[in-house]
Design a protein around this ligand. Structure first.
Ligand SMILES: Cc1cc2nc3c(=O)[nH]c(=O)nc-3n(C[C@H](O)[C@H](O)[C@H](O)COP(=O)(O)O)c2cc1C
Length: 254
């Protein structure tokens, strides 16, 4: 009951915040490299990208092939991976009014994506967007219901993006808190990847729950990884959080 009351307050805050934008952050000269590739839709996306050149050449262009291999290439041994999930990149539409987005470095991003960009740019890590085959509804109430049902059923939604984690010693995992824990796609990620021997650092965005149960749940699911305490920023503060995140990273030795 206590939890229900707390979440009603969170929902009220979110409904007010939905669709709001705020300018923020200073984009560094050097931003992060995006890694990973799409498991299921490689053919479709190549087709979409080559539409203009389709009459001359049905194959992906050399530039596209180069881009693809660049995104699949991982940093050398000892690297840092910043893997994040945000519903804004996993929705049935990208209407500003229906997802919590922040205008960050001149782009509209989900809160978790904005934080992941800061972490990756500051640490020199590679960015990986954890995406799902299913589309999440982006209207808040529908998303809340969908996420709750998925969590109650213990579903592990199939991921559509894939990354080679072998070259990374440290994995920052960045995500919003959903119903007092990690979104189910983060559980899918931890189920799919063996992060033994790596350091995992959770970074969350939330409306009151902080890191929730993240540290202990990740430690249970990745028993041979070292899971650090992590960091969290409330959704309404993400726009102005760049300096705080960087200061925290500095304290961690980055
Ligand atoms: C389905 C859903 C459930 C949520 N549950 C919680 C929660 O239990 N505790 C909390 O503090 N915030 C909760 N929130 C708020 C989000 O964690 C917060 O708004 C976050 O900044 C959203 O990040 P995003 O833009 O990357 O989605 C929830 C949001 C959604 C959509």
């Amino acid at each position: 009951m206590k939890k229900l009351i707390a979440f009603t307050a969170i929902a009220a805050v979110l409904l007010t915040a939905c669709g709001s934008t705020a300018d923020s952050g200073t984009k560094p000269a050097q931003t992060a490299k995006e890694v990973g590739s799409t498991k299921t839709e490689a053919g479709t996306s190549a087709e979409t990208e080559t539409t203009a050149a389709a009459e001359d050449n049905a194959e992906p262009s050399e530039t596209e092939q180069a881009e693809q291999s660049e995104t699949e290439e991982s940093t050398a041994e000892g690297g840092i991976l910043v893997a994040y999930f945000t519903p804004a990149e996993n929705g049935v539409n990208d209407a500003m009014t229906s997802a919590s987005k922040v205008n960050f470095w001149g782009e509209d991003m989900g809160n978790a994506e904005a934080m992941a960009n800061v972490v990756a740019a500051y640490t020199g890590g590679d960015l990986f967007s954890i995406q799902t085959v299913k589309d999440y509804p982006l209207e808040y109430n529908d998303l809340a219901d969908d996420a709750k049902a998925e969590q109650n059923a213990g579903e592990l939604p199939e991921l559509s993006t894939v990354v080679d984690t072998s070259g990374y010693d440290t994995v920052f995992l960045v995500y919003p808190i959903w119903w007092y824990t990690m979104p189910q796609p983060i559980y899918s990620f931890l189920d799919e990847y063996d992060l033994s021997g790596k350091t995992i650092i959770p970074v969350t965005t939330h409306e009151g729950s902080g890191l929730a149960d993240s540290v202990s749940r990740i430690a249970e699911l990745e028993p041979d990884a070292e899971v650090k305490d992590g960091y969290s920023v409330s959704g309404g503060n993400v726009a102005g959080s760049q300096e705080d995140i960087e200061n925290w990273l500095k304290e961690q030795g980055y």
